[in-house]
Design a protein around this ligand. Structure first.
Ligand SMILES: [Zn+2]
Length: 683
């Protein structure tokens, strides 16, 4: 199962999980297919002063009623909505799985994929056999010179060993797609996990090595051999991690764009035969590419040299079982769950099998499922009303850019050109992915997953050397998320998020502007945050700011950085102000322009209060309402390291405390906790 959102290119609204969660056969708890996701005034805790803690006022009752479910690391309003989608998709998949000879080609694929995944007894019976061909191929390696060929095979199955290879926009000529070699090959989520020296990180590494050893034991190795093999894996991964960039650095486009010729790449790591790799992997011919991080490739050469062929075989064998674990028997799934979900994220129980299979089918055949999903759920009206809202938000951002006091006329002109050029993608793609060459075989769960990965890798590699096709969406339409892509200068709002509590046909304008309106604003302002502002209207990495305006901008974003760096996420762990800067700037800017758009819509006519709450008060509740959430401590800790988004509480209280409009709406004292004495404002 490949994760379909790349960290670098797409700024999403919320964290996408990047690991396959563990598995097995815990029975599904009774849960509502249709939780009430609408806002109601009953949700408010009237004992809490909104000026003291607005998040608690809006969310504490929800939080008390919605503890983290045993099979999750966290639970929030997004998850409620996602869960509704899961039931809809399950229905689609069960029908497709049961269908007879009259099924269409799409139903056959999604139905058989899902049915194979659900067939636990067949998966148990097969054991690790589906990986046997992979293991045999690894065993047969005769020298390290054979590595490129073997890595081709594994990469094509979706197993990102040693490094990553993909297609992507040329940062400086963004209408063209080029090849991209990136860091990769780690089992832990990020390079920092290998080097942090606090006791918790130390402990986690120890448990990781134990986990790797246990997986080798499950493959049939004895304890002593497995322990030694696990140590080899840890050594190789630590070696690779040394050359890798951390998450914060990867937000800086200049640090992740190095266009080199294929010969220059070869010179960085002569021990690895790139010609063999590129010829085998299925990429069209090219003579230059983005070597995302040259230091990683240089370091990789040393790691290859430092380890014996047998050690490399151990490393490849580990990653093969790790990549396929989701569709292996329960013993593997449980062991994987134990480390990656229980230890790392604090999840108590495995998700029910059907939910995992829905997720895998969505991941591997998203556009086939998505076509049926939008037919069932998404009407033309939803698209029209969303587009009208986007237009209102774009107008506000334009007005805001024209009026901000700190930006000079030249930069403003360029900013407005960039705003005009943003493409809006709402609901679902105009060009569904073509799966006709992909074979889905009933009864071959793991093979289906591997073939899906091969098929998708080929799809992505076929883009190399071609112009960017803006109809390619990064995720399927049932996704509950939204994004701005600085390399395409577009926003994407899939059908999955265009529902209550984000957008509610039955709600008043104020709630909708505070919900989906602020989210649209959030994505639009990403085009102008610390990362997006480095790309121009054509999505090229080009500095279009005057030096003075840039300085003014950085002073203002510096305020946001320091403000959020003072927030505690869990225990004594504070947020990383730099990692979360883009998202926090987008939250603050998004709220600002959504508020402006709401007032424009009112055109001077103040709507009557609803439930005793003014429109202005309800606007802020619309925002708070989408961020109510609970997380385990372990998960909260993990996200501080990895997630560029702040936790819900900080997204709410951070933004409202910067807006004098909030102070007015709730009649807060100037000294109230929700009134930031040094309010930050960029947009
Ligand atoms: Zn964002």
């Amino acid at each position: 199962m490949r994760n379909f959102l790349k960290m670098l290119a797409v700024a999403t609204l919320l964290a996408c999980t990047v690991f396959v969660q563990g598995q097995s056969g815990t029975p599904a708890k009774a849960e509502s297919a249709k939780p009430d996701v609408r806002f109601s005034a009953d949700m408010l805790d009237k004992d809490i002063d909104p000026c003291n803690d607005f998040y608690a006022y809006a969310c504490s009752k929800w939080a008390a009623k919605n503890p983290v479910p045993a099979d999750r690391p966290g639970w929030g309003r997004f998850d409620e909505l996602q869960q509704r989608g899961e039931y809809i998709v399950r229905d689609i998949l069960e029908k497709a799985a049961a269908g007879g000879a009259s099924r269409g080609v799409s139903e056959q694929k999604i139905g058989d994929y899902y049915a194979s995944c659900m067939d636990e007894s067949a998966v148990e019976k097969a054991g690790a056999q589906p990986l046997q061909a992979d293991f045999e191929s690894i065993v047969k390696l005769k020298s390290k010179e054979d590595l490129p060929k073997e890595i081709v095979r594994l990469h094509r199955e979706g197993n990102d060993v040693l490094f990553g290879f993909d297609s992507g926009s040329d940062f400086k000529n963004a209408s063209q797609i080029i090849a991209e070699v990136d860091q990769g090959g780690l089992g832990l989520p990020d390079r920092d996990y290998y080097f942090k020296d606090d006791p918790k990180s130390d402990d986690l590494r120890k448990k990781y090595v134990e986990h790797v050893a246990k997986m080798f034991v499950l493959l049939g190795d004895d304890q002593a051999k497995a322990a030694a093999e696990a140590q080899v894996v840890m050594d190789i991964e630590t070696g690779l991690a040394k050359g890798a960039l951390d998450q914060t650095s990867r937000r800086d486009p200049k640090k992740i764009y190095h266009k080199l010729t294929d010969k220059e790449l070869a010179a960085l790591s002569p021990a690895f035969n790139w010609t063999v790799y590129f010829a085998g992997v299925g990429a069209p011919q090219f003579d230059s590419l983005n070597v995302v991080e040259p230091d990683f490739i240089k370091n990789m050469q040393q790691v290859i040299d430092a380890h014996s062929l047998d050690e490399w075989k151990t490393y490849l064998r580990w990653h093969t079982v790790h990549a396929g674990v989701a569709l292996l028997p329960t013993a593997f799934v449980n062991e994987n769950f134990d480390f990656f979900s229980k230890t790392m994220r604090g999840t108590k129980e495995l998700r029910p099998r059907w939910k995992r299979c829905v997720a895998y089918t969505n991941n591997d055949l998203g556009d086939l499922v998505g076509q049926i999903y939008v037919q069932q759920t998404f009407g033309a009206e939803g698209k029209e009303r969303t587009l009208a809202m986007v237009a209102a938000l774009e107008k506000s951002l334009g007005d805001d850019i024209k009026n901000v006091p700190w930006m000079g006329a030249d930069t403003k002109t360029q900013a407005l050109v960039k705003l005009q050029a943003i493409t809006n993608r709402i609901g679902y793609t105009d060009k569904w992915r073509d799966y006709s060459a992909l074979q889905i075989v009933r009864g071959d769960a793991l093979g289906n997953s591997q073939r899906s990965n091969q098929h998708d890798m080929q799809r992505r590699l076929n883009k190399i050397g071609k112009p960017l096709d803006k109809r390619d969406w990064p995720y399927p339409p049932m996704t509950v998320n939204a994004s701005y892509n600085p390399l395409e200068n577009n926003i994407t709002f899939p059908a999955g998020i265009l529902q209550p509590p984000f957008y509610d046909n039955q709600a008043d304008d104020a709630m909708n502007f505070g919900g989906i309106g602020a989210v649209i604003g959030h994505e639009l302002t990403h085009g102008f945050d610390d990362q997006g502002s480095q790309f121009d209207a054509e999505a090229n990495l080009r500095d279009w700011w005057t030096a003075n305006d840039k300085k003014q901008f950085e002073e203002r974003t510096g305020c946001v950085k320091d403000q959020y760096a003072s927030f505690v996420a869990v225990d004594d762990l504070k947020l990383n102000g730099k990692l979360t800067l883009g998202e926090n700037t987008a939250d603050n800017g998004g709220m600002r322009i959504a508020y402006m758009a709401m007032l424009n819509t009112f055109a001077g006519k103040e709507p009557a209060p609803v439930d005793g709450l003014s429109a202005e008060q309800r606007f802020f509740l619309g925002w708070a309402n989408v961020w109510c959430q609970n997380r385990t401590d372990a998960y909260a800790r993990m996200l501080v390291n990895l997630d560029p988004h702040s936790p819900g509480k900080n997204r709410v209280n951070g933004t409202v405390s910067n807006m004098p409009e909030f102070k007015e709406a709730y009649h807060c004292a100037a000294t109230a906790p929700m009134v930031n004495q040094n309010a930050c404002r960029v947009w």
